[in-house]
Design a protein around this ligand. Sequence first.
Ligand code: GCU
Length: 702
Amino acid sequence: MNLFRPYCIQLLFWIIVWFFTGALRAEDGYQLWLRYNKISQPKLLSHYREHITEIVIQESSQTFQAVQEELRKGLSGLLGKEIPVVSSVSQDGAIVVGTLEQSSVVRKLVGASELESVGAESYIIRSLCWNNRMVTVIAANQPKGVLYGAFHFLRLIQTQQPLDKLSIQQKPQIQKRLLNHWDNLDGSVERGYAGKSIWKWENLPGKVDTRYKDYARANASIGINGTVLNNVNSQAEILTKDYIEKAAAIANVLRPYGIQVYFSIKFTSPMEIGGLTTADPLNMSVCQWWKEKAREIYQDIPDFGGFLVKAYSEGQPGPQIYGRSHADGANMLAEALKPYGGTVMWRSFVYDISIDKDRAKCAYLEFVPLDGKFASSVFVQTKNGPIDFQPREPFNPLFGAMPKTPLMMEFQITQEYTGQSKHLVYLAPQWKEVLDSDTYANGPGTLVAEVVDGTADKHTISGIAGVSGIGTDRNWTGHHFSQANWYAFGRLAWDPSLSSEQIAEEWIRMTWSNDPQVINPIQKMMAGSWEACVDYMTPMGLHHLMAEGHHYGPQPDYVHPGRNDWSSTYYHKADANGIGFDRSEKGSNAVSQYHQPLRQIWNSPKTCPEKYLLWFHHLPWDYPLASGITLWDRLNMHYQKGVNYVTLMQKEWDSLQGKIDPGRFEDVENRLEMQHENAGEWRDTCLKYFGRFAETQEQCEP
Ligand code: GCU
């Protein structure tokens, strides 16, 4: 007996350790921000248990099934006990969930006029006293709104907000909030850094991966309501009967979560899979082929969203082959989708260098003359900047230049040019910089966000797309922190006025911890991570110095054998006389594509903000900046500053050891180490290369 006792004590000790470190065990990031771990603070827990005792649901659609499942899963996880689902209020703490039309309880609790005014996807969450019972109502006009409301309610608990006196009314600012998958039909993902495509085309439609549902849950939780399943560099096969059936199986899983599916289409599909001899958008047989195709798709996918098109760009065919315009092509597709309410998203990512030698000017020159010529269901989908998702670009001048056309914003969530899945770079500040930029299109205060949400030009449709960074990696995005970019994209798509700090805090609380000792260091890391990336890659307006092909590391000396505008040297133009692309009036005059006063401010190196200086100007190495420092010295400072920030991020992260589950901790730790090494390589390579010119010049001076 005595011999046995020490073992028992030891065993007990380990059980206690196991129990209390439960939160720190085996997390792999699969659950994203929907972790629903039990609240550990007793006071908070009892507050929530008091306010949540039962879920009252009177509806039974597929979406309500999803609402019920999520609330049960979330609330039982967070509260550590089962919360029953009932059909009428029986006690204090009832959570009444429903639509005005279907739920008699909701009708009694919320005024019809109040709900009607909030729109299809909107919702209300409110604390009420009803028949002497304390209840919370989550109400909407449509099941989808209720689903969004349910996720919002869960988020309140996940982020530890009080539940008494709730009075929330939410409405999305932008209607179409889409992910764009650049997923190929062979399972590879263009610019994907998180494994293979999650769409298992080879198994569909028979076998439907359980992951699709978790994908839908995650997206619905942040309000994403559409997904383009395949790459913009499209293959005609996506429109074959087989693939339509496969996509229909995915659509069936996403539908209850309010997510429509869309296809990227190849313009020459009528020839490649339809046996026609032309794809001319003005040819009757071609128009008929697309109409038939649309009919076939809608038969299988009644809520199909529409087509995304990359035309006459980077090898993709377009109407120009037949001497037709972008508008001719887009309108033909719009006509085919019209009977079903489908949308066309026609990309403006074109840079036919025969139009202008400055690639940054090409899209504007092609598209602005077409303003007013697109059918009403066509969006022109436009990347945030005029080149290509560089770490920093001024906003794309098309925003504010096509008032008669709804412009859909395209951001890149996958980190093609920002360290891929190896660098921690929180992109919300980048997106905010763009959304908050003043275009001056209708006078001061016409923000890019207002062009996108349609209010600037009174459009009835609005949209935003994010190029997905999702793959089969267990944690979905490769880097655990890349999840934050997916999250932030959805939140900003819902409400572009949210701050990047607020979004980061929500995400940290849900993904890592509600402990301030965890929140603060991670906030700090994320807040400056984008600026740091700009600093150690392409500071002061430099751009496209990335290595050819993979776009990861630095290659400032790269010269493409065939295309000047695919060379790094084309963008930085460094020589003994200086560095930078002259886009002022004296140079390519790209500044003229912006409204006044931007045109004037950016035209002079004296008034151009330092962050865009070398985007718009070619300046001598010893150019004196306002601070008195030379351009070359300042460039050196930026590169070093970027590397220093990664060191700071490493320190902050190390302070979290023991406060974060070891699996995710080590993974991030290792990636930060790689990032540090790579940031140093960026600094050294770029400064060595530019130094060849800069330092020669200094020696030449008298
Ligand atoms: C970038 C990217 C390509 C992509 C293209 C696009 O150029 O490197 O992979 O196809 O953008 O947006 O179409």
